[in-house]
Write a protein that binds this ligand. Sequence first.
Ligand SMILES: C[N+](C)(C)CCCC[C@H](N)C(=O)O
Ligand SMILES: O=C(O)CCC(=O)C(=O)O
Ligand SMILES: [Fe+2]
Length: 421
Amino acid sequence: MWCHRLPHLQRQLWHLLKGGIVCQNFQQPNFKSLFSLTIHRHHTASKSLNCVWQQHEDHFELQYANTVMRFDYVWLRDHCRSASCYNSKTHQRSLDTASVDLCIKPKTIRLDETTLFFTWPDGHVTRYDLDWLVKNSYEGQKQKVIQPRILWNAEVYQQAQVPSVDFQSFLETKEGLKMFLQNFLLYGIAFVENVPPTQEHTEKLAERISLIRETIYGRMWYFTSDFSRGDTAYTKLALDRHTDTTYFQEPCGIQVFHCLKHEGTGGRTLLVDGFYAAEQVLQKAPEEFELLSKVPLKHEYIENVGECHNHMIGVGPVLNIYPWNKELYLIRYNNYDRAVINTAPYDVVHRWYTAHRTLTVELRRPENELWVKLKPGRVLFIDNWRILHGRESFTGYRQLCGCYLTRDDVLNTARLLGLQA
Ligand SMILES: C[N+](C)(C)CCCC[C@H](N)C(=O)O
Ligand SMILES: O=C(O)CCC(=O)C(=O)O
Ligand SMILES: [Fe+2]
């Protein structure tokens, strides 16, 4: 049932105002057809504060704050915030969910002011504030984005005139850090200026917002075109747009780049908003968007150069979306590192190539390309789950340092500063 409705829901998923904030355009799905059979004869109803509720045989229905919500009874028992069920100091559940009768139904329900009281067969009372229920209901979540973003092409990004943050203000002030993170969350890229061009100072920056994610490339890495590792990154060749570490089960969340030296020509960095391109696919060919979010693929890193021996495999679709609101949260796109496709039958494979082509066409539109020249002192943070990067071929000596960051910890820092993440 859910699957049939998918393309329909997706079409109304995002409303894009020429590079404006992505917001969800929702519509009440037709619940009547899904649930009308289950209404109990002896339902009770109550009306106050524009709040209407009904006790159905297998669920509790609540209309409040312009939202129709349906709650499972086990859910209502499981989320009880009473002192014996929930430890409000640790914010952890004490209740053993497995001890709840799966057929549980409340003995009585009553509304007092803005609080609903459920009395369970054993006498235990659970209270819920109406606003808490709205905030925590499926129907409430379905209408919300987890991460507000501004999708961009080159023009949108340039016209936004997103300010860079100064090294000092980033390290020493809460305001500087917060502004940096807000821009990073909205655009998926952000710059810090006036950074002393050393690996140590770059590391300091990274540690201010997250934990450094150590990988097969080390903790802080430092690279030049010496082919010290078995990867094209370690040459002077051009690199087409891609995301990194697609061959990890969880690709690195953030990439930090600091160009410490370049004596030569070329070597500009290319940045493309993968979510903007995916949004175009969703608008033009929703079934292709869906396919890219459904077909799992492998990416692979095989290295045998000098002392370095590695074989990494990561599995996942190109587009990763949250199933309840269809919000895109991760793009895995690296044509160099994509492994043999053996996770889908031939006919799906052909449709996948078509969808991949559509996405690639969007990713390659010149108007979607943002070109920047990395310079000593200017550190670039890239959301590796959203923004693709590449580089122009170059001549001469070029030294880049940087690291990967864990995404959870960047978001943690952002949330602690009061940002939505
Ligand atoms: C950034 N650093 C030079 C350390 C690693 C580069 C990794 C390159 C790899 N093909 C990938 O896209 O993941
Ligand atoms: O050399 C560059 O500018 C970037 C190379 C690259 O894609 C990488 O290191 O991940
Ligand atoms: Fe890369």
